[in-house]
Design a protein around this ligand. Structure first.
Ligand SMILES: Cc1cc2nc3c(=O)[nH]c(=O)nc-3n(C[C@H](O)[C@H](O)[C@H](O)COP(=O)(O)OP(=O)(O)OC[C@H]3O[C@@H](n4cnc5c(N)ncnc54)[C@H](O)[C@@H]3O)c2cc1C
Length: 208
């Protein structure tokens, strides 16, 4: 987010005027959704969190989904499990600069994550159908958040395929801003690290 904000402001204020029009675009929330399955069989034990586990529903007919159990030891039995799901949002957002307030803000289109939410609901229904439980409402499935902001200076558009910012020499992006909106139903940090290493290897070889 910081990278995108810096570059969008620099382009708008003319300190880096040769940045191209893809700066600040192709942002996404990694298809994140957070929800809770409740009404589960009482275990008779105080809930202290559970082992991390992922369910992969890559054949989901709406969109592929990875469903994770989000450890959240609350110290009381709630007969529930919190889940984080990761999918692929169908739309992308963009950053823009407002001169009146000298701020950069994100526009995330309404409905951008609807397909990820629908896919998550389908996977949750499948698991509930097999094991019991319901999606508790509230909060229901909430997609108005993300742990995983991605995009804003993406590979092949705002930057070349090695993070070199187009329009300038020796200006590089080597973080999650390079990735257009999703890392294919996975947590992004290892993908970000791998792409950063790939970029830096090439930059050291060719630019320095
Ligand atoms: C609660 C939470 C849980 C998560 N769990 C996981 C997980 O289990 N697995 C996983 O893969 N990912 C997880 N993530 C996501 C992961 O942390 C991020 O995808 C990853 O850290 C992003 O890496 P990055 O290098 O792009 O940016 P960051 O790690 O966010 O680094 C950006 C850096 O830039 C700095 N910065 C920002 N603005 C400026 C500025 N103007 N000037 C100078 N510096 C600036 C920031 O201080 C920061 O140090 C989680 C995220 C959250 C919030």
């Amino acid at each position: 987010m910081g990278t995108s904000k810096l570059l969008v402001r620099a382009k708008a204020k003319g300190t880096l005027p040769d940045l191209n029009d893809n700066i600040g675009k192709d942002w996404g929330n990694n298809g994140d959704n957070l929800f809770r399955r409740g009404g589960l069989t009482k275990t008779g034990k105080i809930q202290g969190g559970f082992a991390g586990a992922s369910a992969f529903d890559l054949g989901n007919s709406v969109s592929p989904v990875t469903l994770q159990q989000a450890q959240f030891p609350i110290g009381v039995e709630c007969n529930c499990i919190n889940h984080l799901s990761l999918s692929i949002p169908s739309l992308r957002g963009f950053f823009s600069y407002k001169s009146e307030t000298d701020t950069v803000s994100l526009t995330w289109p309404s409905g951008a994550n609807d397909n990820a939410t629908a896919a998550t609901r389908r996977t949750a229904d499948l698991i509930n159908g097999a094991n019991g439980g319901t999606i508790t409402d509230p909060p229901g499935i909430d997609s108005q958040f993300t742990f995983h902001p991605l995009g804003g200076a993406v590979l092949g558009k705002a930057c070349d395929l090695f993070g070199r910012v187009k329009g300038y020499t020796r200006l590089y992006v080597v973080d999650g801003a390079l990735i257009p909106g999703a890392t294919g139903c996975s947590n992004p940090s290892l993908t970000i690290a791998a792409i950063a290493e790939r970029c830096i290897d090439r930059i050291i070889e060719e630019d320095l």
